[in-house]
Design a protein around this ligand. Sequence first.
Ligand SMILES: Cc1cc2nc3c(=O)[nH]c(=O)nc-3n(C[C@H](O)[C@H](O)[C@H](O)COP(=O)(O)O)c2cc1C
Length: 458
Amino acid sequence: MSGPKKQILVNAFTMNCVGHIHHGMWTHPRDRSLEHGELGYWLDLARTLERGLFDAVFIADIIGNYDVYGGNVDVTLRESVQMPVNDPWMLVSAMASVTEHLGFAVTANVGAEHPYTFARRLTTLDQLTRGRIGWNIVTGYLDSGARGLGLDGLAAHDTRYDRADDFLAVAYKLWEDSWDDDAVRADRAARLYADPDKVRPIQHDGPFYRAQGYHMSAPSPQRTPVLFQAGSSGRGQRFAARHAEGIFIHAPTPQAARKATRELRQAVADAGRDPYDVRIYVGIAVVPGATDAEAHDKLAEYLRHASPEGGVAHFAASTGIDFARYGLDEPIPYGESNAIQSAASAARERNATRRQLLEQHALGGRYHVVAGTPASIADELERWVDEGDIDGFNLTRIVTPESYQDFAELVVPELQARGRYRTAYAPGTLRERLLGGNGRLAPRHAGARAQRLADLTF
Ligand SMILES: Cc1cc2nc3c(=O)[nH]c(=O)nc-3n(C[C@H](O)[C@H](O)[C@H](O)COP(=O)(O)O)c2cc1C
């Protein structure tokens, strides 16, 4: 590869709950996830991540519970597999108050929100954090959540994305089109707070949403928050190509990542955007040690606390398949899914039995795990970035906050020495840091102010 080496972007991947990806790890004596209901836990985490110069804390969320495995929530509750799960957005102001640069990429399900009120909430947070907000747009994959919201069940997979498109159309109009940059004057002498000629109501009459009115908040530094997305079915890729600025993919190898990034960048180009106007992330876990032996001893110790069954209960909800119904070595009829199609088709390709699934979830989850010295981990991360054509990682917590601390103390200096990781934060908003430019949606993005938004529909 010629030219300067690509800098590696890193988000801390977590959730406002006990078990997130590596299920069972709450039983480890050093794990602090049992404290997720305490503000101190989140403030400590924010400070740790900023010391490690992480780009952002990426907070996953679900609406509903995992009740597919065994047709109930027994394993889900016993192992605390994302149940209980608290609201992720309530953490942001507090974590922002003890940091200056750390970004917040936070998940919200469009099916549980209305764009008129949601857009105001994010504008508020983007003001309070001076432009550090990102939104991980999800469409939901749990019938339990849909039932909780009063529906009979989830809408069809592609229809969920159609609704999300329409949600975004309303949100772009509110964020980008309702207030001009110079609308707020706050001129005491002239008794002019905002110039009425520079503020206008939006009008939207789409297939799912109707909205008419002014954006309730004045513009925030980024206007539209940095948009993240994580679905990778065909319809999911089309949605990502249109909207996403950060895309989170699941890939077992750098080669698989390369295939996914090639498709995604092509889809972004087909949507009229620059294929490198998106940052692509892979989820990964690292276990660094001063020596190889130390790292592998630590991994062995972690493995003793993990719950493979908790991991499979999580995977059952992702794919919509009740694995508990099958014997350990019985073939499982993998079919079509209305849940996460990309997870279901990957499972179909692997065609694993329940015994094999339990083995794949040895550390409670299916994320790729790299254990070794800081130098060998840095080699592996560089290989993923260069061979997979990705931009960075969502780093999972095995034991929290230990996994993030280990990364910051052991791996970051090694990546810095290789010129692959920042040595200080540059000033500016989250979007400026991740994507450069003037901090606004790129001019060719469908939601940008440069476009004619008044009649935007998708
Ligand atoms: C790596 C990854 C992370 C995801 N994180 C979340 C999440 O935090 N909350 C959620 O509701 N869905 C999450 N999803 C589900 C996606 O947002 C999307 O709804 C799902 O993948 C269905 O899209 P697909 O069929 O296009 O893959 C995630 C998916 C992937 C692949």
